[in-house]
Ligand binder design. Structure first.
Ligand SMILES: [Ca+2]
Ligand SMILES: [Ca+2]
Ligand SMILES: [Ca+2]
Ligand SMILES: [Ca+2]
Length: 218
């Protein structure tokens, strides 16, 4: 084994006293081999002239650790995977509570982020049209997060619509027989009234039967 000039990677061969490390006597044969062949007994990634890499070490021996190679991360308080653009930190690896991008418009609300899908609510019934959407962080005017509106041109039709059975098919439903759903059920209406007799409905005209014989005076 040949004696190696120094055992510490960051020792400057030309100015050995101008380093943070003391060089060993060059005549002393050291035990460690220069396994990586870079002329220094240490990690191949650490010696004068090495490229600085993000590893917590001063690879290029300029007394600065990880300069120019740290990555910027953004605090992700709501855990939605998108960070606060105004809360940055630098590190080699992403901290658990940080995100690689600072694109969260509201880092206190996990439902608001750049991948949030918004659905058009043209009839303003608070139910959105699943076929018309935008993807962005902030809620656009006329859009909501819901995608359950089966008829976004009719505010009376949505998943909360109450349907009334219209057994006598007079166009008026039975307030005691209802369904709540978006699509119109067969035999149901979304208006209610008497539903036992097709002749009795909100447009029925009633006549006075003063003598109670079942016939009104003509
Ligand atoms: Ca480094
Ligand atoms: Ca976030
Ligand atoms: Ca958010
Ligand atoms: Ca709607």
């Amino acid at each position: 084994m040949l004696p190696l000039p120094f055992s510490l990677a960051c020792t400057d061969a030309e100015n050995p006293d101008d380093t943070a490390f003391e060089p060993l006597d060059s005549t002393i044969e050291v035990e460690d081999e220069d396994a990586d062949g870079d002329g220094y007994v240490a990690d191949a990634a650490v010696h004068p002239g090495a490229s600085e890499i993000c590893d917590g070490l001063d690879n290029d021996c300029d007394d600065a650790i990880d300069e120019d190679v740290l990555e910027t991360f953004y605090a992700d308080a709501d855990g939605d995977g998108f960070g606060d653009p105004d809360a940055t930190s630098e590190a080699c690896d992403r901290p658990d509570d940080a995100a690689p991008t600072g694109t969260d418009c509201d880092d206190a609300d996990p439902d608001l982020h750049p991948a949030t899908i918004w659905y058009a609510d043209a009839d303003l019934d608070e139910y959105g049209d699943p076929w018309i959407s935008l993807v962005q962080c902030e809620q656009p005017d006329g859009y909501i997060a819901d995608d359950q509106d089966c008829a976004d041109a009719d505010a009376d039709l949505h998943p909360g619509t109450t349907w009334y059975a219209d057994a006598d098919a007079d166009g008026y439903g039975d307030p005691m027989s209802t369904l709540v759903q978006s699509e119109e059920p067969s035999g149901y209406l979304y208006t209610d009234s008497s539903d036992s007799d097709a002749d009795i409905n909100p447009t029925s005209v009633w006549y006075v039967d003063a003598d109670s014989d079942g016939y009104a005076a003509s």
